[in-house]
Design a protein. Sequence first.
Length: 123
Amino acid sequence: MIEKLPRRERELFELLCGLGEATSEQLREAMPDPPGNSATRALLVRMEKRGAIAHRVEGTTYVYRPVRAPRKVAGDLLRHIVNTHFGGSIASAATLLLGDMAAVGSEDLDAIEAAIKAARERR
C-alpha cells in the first residue's frame, strides 16, 4: 500500500509510522522541506480517504495515526523492496544488508539465527 502513495503522502505516512501519531503541525516540523500548512492538511485528508490514516480530535486539533500497524507496513514495504530490487531473493537482500553493516552486533546475529531456525522448523 505505501509504495503506491505519491511521494509527499508516503513521506507523511512514514513520519506517522515513526511517530505513532502526530498533528499536522508536528508532521510539518519533522519534514525537511514541508509543504504549506493547508497543503499538508489536504494531503492528510486525501490519505484518510484512501484509508491509510485516521484521526481523533483533541480539542480543536486533529491527531493523525497510521491505520495499519507500523510493523505490518514495514513488512509489506520490505517485501516490495525484495521483490523489486532483489528479484524476490531474500538471501540477496540479507547478504547485502549484512555485508553493508559496519559492525553487526552479536544480539542482531542471535536474532537472525533464531529467525532462520524458526523458519526451518515451519517448513
